[in-house]
Each structure stands twice: as structure tokens, then as C-alpha cells.
Design a protein around this ligand. Sequence first.
Ligand code: NAD
Ligand code: 2HG
Length: 312
Amino acid sequence: MPAPVVLVADPLPAHLTDELAADFDVRHCTGADRAQLLAAVPEASALLIRSATRVDQEVLDAAPRLRVVARAGVGLDNVDVAAAARAGVTVANAPYSNVVSVAELTVGLVVALARPVLPASASVHAGQWRRADFQGVELAGRTVGILGLGKVGELVATRLRAFDMHVLTHDPYARADALERTGAQAVSLEELLRRSDVLTIHVPLTDATRGLIGERELAWAKPGLRLVNTARGGIVDETALARALKEEWVAGAALDVFEFEPPLSSPLLGLPNVIATPHIGAGTAQAQERAGREAVQAVRQALTGSDPDPEA
Ligand SMILES: NC(=O)c1ccc[n+]([C@@H]2O[C@H](COP(=O)([O-])OP(=O)(O)OC[C@H]3O[C@@H](n4cnc5c(N)ncnc54)[C@H](O)[C@@H]3O)[C@@H](O)[C@H]2O)c1
Ligand SMILES: O=C(O)CC[C@@H](O)C(=O)O
């Protein structure tokens, strides 16, 4: 019997996919290229993805042999989980794999918004020495609002508490133990915006959170707000945010995620008070290894019912 086909549609550490090749027919495609994906998926018993590949009804319809979609990462907004369930396809993610990396990037972005390290560095590289031009603000004593006190939100809250920031959160489903561990004060979304000097977003992208931070919410914002989004682009209305940044009502934004990636026509690109990174929250060697390994294990589990990984 031919070995089941495992289709790797997004980049994963090569040594992990090489391990799979001992037992499966491992093939590669560029999942973001729809035509390539649809051409390759009919043979696949397993699909290994990250965030760039969209798995929707069309892909599932084209994949009669598919038994598992394994997501090497947290967010499942690029997978139609309900359609997969109807088709009898298992969907697995790696929910703890990269949360520390995302939290650490978030804290770095908060600091980079408070202290203009990026333009200051660029000016020194350009041969300038303009010390007075790069005055920032201290984080100690100021208030951070955490939108979504889940795994990443909690890690960010505890790290920013160590900066002596006062922590507020809005999360209707927040666990009592997370509130206790972080010492975060639970407030409404409006109060979160009205009181926060820094707002950092850690909710998943769902029908309920798409556009959650829009014109009305930004109008509630405390003047001078600094906003960080390392969750998903669609949660923030980019047009409304661009307007608030141009009016300097919002002082700065640091964005790792965009509504469309790459964000070629985003109104946020080119604004001097925006730090933009190309969805690198999970971009550490440690997170990629963990996420890839968990996804590979999920494939083995689904296709053979076993997990021979000694580290499992
Ligand atoms: N930039 C990156 O590379 C990267 C990496 C990992 C995760 N992420 C994103 O970060 C998100 C959060 O990850 P996580 O591991 O903390 O998820 P999580 O599920 O542990 O936490 C999400 C939290 O959001 C809360 N929430 C849901 N709907 C809400 C709403 N309407 N208002 C307020 N709170 C709400 C939930 O109750 C939960 O506590 C992921 O869904 C993913 O999209 C991004
Ligand atoms: O594919 C990636 O590395 C991004 C992953 C990240 O957005 C996630 O949700 O885990």
C-alpha cells in the first residue's frame, strides 16, 4: 500500500518534516498560492500548515482523503473548523507552543513605543547625534489594558507588572485564577480604553472580535494611547486606527499583524508613529521547534494512532 501523503503547505523546520518522510510520502506546496494548494490537496491524507494557508470548504471539498489538518501555531482563524468537523477531518493546533515568544515580542513593542528606539537608532546610523529629539515616557506607574486575558495576555500582564505598570483587563471569559495571578482589574471595554495608556490585544479573531476596536472604541481612548496588536489584524479597524494616528489622538501603534498580509494597501503603512513587523510573534527558534513538533505529532497520531516521538 502506498504511504499516506502528508502535504506541508507552509514552512516548517526541515528536520521535522524529514522525520515524517521515514513513514509518509511528504510533499510540499505553497499554501498561500491557492492554485498550488488545490492542485496538491486531493492526494493528501494530512495537511500541515501555519497561518498563511486558508483551509475552507473549497479546500476540504477538494481533499477527499484528508484526515487531519495540523496547525503549527495557535490561531485557527485560517481554518473552517466547523466545515472540517462536518467532513470528519480532525483539526489540531499547538496552543502553548509560541505564547512565550508572542508575549516577549509584545513587551518589546510596548517598550519601543514608549522609547523611540527605532528612529533613534536610524538617526545614529545616519551619522546624527540628536539626543533631545528622542524623549520617551516611563512605563512605571502608567496603566496597561490587556484585551483578552488568555495564555498570551496573562504572560504579558505578569511581565508588565514587573515594569510597575497598573494592569487592567477586559475579557468576559477571563478565568478567576488568571485574574488572581496577574492582579489585573477586570473592567468593561469602554473603561479599558478610557483608562489605558497602553492597550495590548490578545483575543482570537472570531466573528465576535472582528472589528472589535473600531471608530467608536478609538474615540473612547485616552489621548496619547499607545496600541499594540500581536493577535490578529482583523480585530482592529485599520482605517479608523490610521485616522486616530494621523490626528495623534493615538500616539503610536505597534502592529505585528494586519487585516491582509502582506499589508500592501494598508492605510497604516508609512505613518511615522507606526511600528510594523511581518507577523513574527512566533518567530523564534524555540517556538517554531515546539509548534512544528506538536503539529507533526498530531499528524502521526491521526494517521497511525501512535506517537513514537520520544520527547512526547
Ligand atoms: N503574532 C503571532 O505570531 C501570534 C502567535 C500566537 C498567537 N497569536 C494570536 O494571539 C491570540 C491569543 O492567543 P492565546 O494563546 O492567548 O489565546 P487564548 O485562547 O489563550 O486567549 C484568548 C483570550 O481572549 C478572550 N476573549 C475571547 N473573546 C473575547 C472578547 N470578545 N473580548 C475580550 N476577550 C475575549 C478569551 O476569553 C481568552 O481568555 C491567538 O488567537 C492568535 O490569533 C498571534
Ligand atoms: O504561522 C505562524 O508562525 C504564526 C503563528 C501565530 O499567528 C499563531 O497563531 O500561532
